[in-house]
Design a protein around this ligand. Sequence first.
Ligand code: C5P
Length: 275
Amino acid sequence: MSLQTEFAPAKLNLALHVTGRRKDGYHLLDSLVVFAGIGDHLRLQPGPLSLTLDGPFAAGLQPDEDNLCLRAARSMGAEVAIGLTKNLPVASGIGGGSADAAAVLRTLTRMGYGLPDNPERLGADVPVCLLSAPARMQGVGEIVTPLPAIPSVPMVLVNPGVAVPTPQVFAAMERRDNPPLPTIPAFSGLDDLVGWLRGTRNDLQPAACRICPQIDQVLRALQDSGAALSRMSGSGATCFGLYDSADAARTAADALSGRGWWAVATELAQPLRRR
Ligand code: C5P
């Protein structure tokens, strides 16, 4: 089979409630997850298992055996040469590794391989990234319920360039028994979505801000740039702002890049597209 290409969109937790903890230490989550119009790009073709990296954030990764793309391919017993263009910052709360691993799994199923059991073992976000469409994510990530389309809202993603280790953020969290998300309605526009989001949180945000104070600065800068809502995604440090126009998002992204941060204007809830 010839070269296969796949898009691995950035994952965003619009809301993330930590509702409990399992005996093995993993946390129970209830999260509204959406995907952005930007992401990494993958190329796969039959051959001895290998990984080649390029793109603006390639230097943050090693093509060693722990790499999630290679672990995903090994979990399917696949002999495949993988090319990864890394456009998203590494260890930044927007799915990165899980999105890439899920894109490898999706592509390998097209190439005739069967999905592994328990893909969440590769990473908690892998099951929702396999879907790459708006979803409610529960359990430790293994329960994924697709949601109706969410309006395509303009947004800006900002990362201050600090990698925040996920286990450290979970460990620094004070409350582990928060209430679940309120019922998720079918949203009709930005105001409706923002109104609902105001009744929700990212329970990891206060802990991540204590570990990495730059996150607070990013959130304040997003708010000052006119975002209708700003919040951290996952365990950070990437934050998102939602805007009422694509122009406002672009202007904000330009201003925030000027502060030395990675800042991109994109849009929320794009359908998964292959490039
Ligand atoms: O599965 P993933 O590699 O994303 O998780 C990294 C770490 O984050 C885990 O080893 C665990 O310490 C923590 N984690 C957690 N509860 C989750 C997901 C992750 O405690 N639901």
